[in-house]
Design a protein around this ligand. Sequence first.
Ligand code: FES
Ligand SMILES: [Fe+2]
Length: 349
Amino acid sequence: MFIRNAWYVAAWDHEVGRTDLLRRELLGDQVVLYRELDGTTVALEDRCCHRHAPLSKGELVENNIQCPYHGLEFDRTGQCVKVPGQSAIPPEARVRAYPTVERNHWIWIWMGDPALANPDDIEDFHWIDDPDYRARGEVLHLEGNYVLLVENLLDLSHLTFIHRTTLGTSAVADTPMKTEREGDLVRVTRWVMDNTPPPFFQRAGGFAADAHIDRWQIITFTPPGFVRLDVGGAVAGSGAEKGDRSQGFTMRNLNAITPETETTTHYFWAQAHDFRTDEPWLTDMLYENVHTAFMEDLDIIKAQQENILARPDAPRVDINHDGGGLQGRRVIERLVEEEQRADGRQAAE
Ligand code: FES
Ligand SMILES: [Fe+2]
């Protein structure tokens, strides 16, 4: 059950080129991504309309993609433009084309009705290529439903347990959070005041292990699967909570979560920082630390998904920390329902 009328991240810009044609399953659709000669990205259904061979195993002929099996060629609109050995092209010989936009080092794809695709609706991830920041990220593969990852990022009390060697201290789970809604946006805010920094913050912010800091986590979720974290720490009592972050440091943890299937997910993320941006080793260190932590998340979510598949109807008990995750899940479920109702109406008309 996916929200289809939405922009998703399909790939990092460097993954899409002209030699290796990228096949990627997105929301259960098999898609091939490549570039035209001028660099424009193209996304087509990766299934030839002739005998269903994957176009991604073929090659590019100038701006067209040629099926590896019997050589039919398709243009960026998905229209078949060449059939070897015949001059007439059957009018129904076409594959589905998906609107794409390249922005902030990501290739965005619209998975629903192309008539509704508006690039202005693409989520803001400018930190990834903002000259005032440095950022590094990757794409990970999660063996779990994408909403489990949304819930994971909206409830950072798990830092205390899953990430005890990197991001967590016991104070995180002990500090309540505030959950707010603005339309479909869910915001979770937690301030851990006057407490010692976790190992990661000691390395990033140069704080001593016994220093006292005020630490913030401001997490914003927007559907279908975008979670942006504003996190950092400042000298305790220096006024960060009131807006003065001059005695601390700020990072943006940027997550774009794209379902692959009902039980697997493409996880695009980047870590950006606006301090010491002339020190590439620092960007790499932040990336490595977050990567280590995220691998811990993928492990627990995979195990969680296996249990869910074994007994899908087992009840779930909620605790206070679930506030944000529950709101996020509700937004997703409502949007899926609305879309299906609209599709039902269309089908009935
Ligand atoms: S399957 Fe593609 S040309 Fe035959
Ligand atoms: Fe985590």
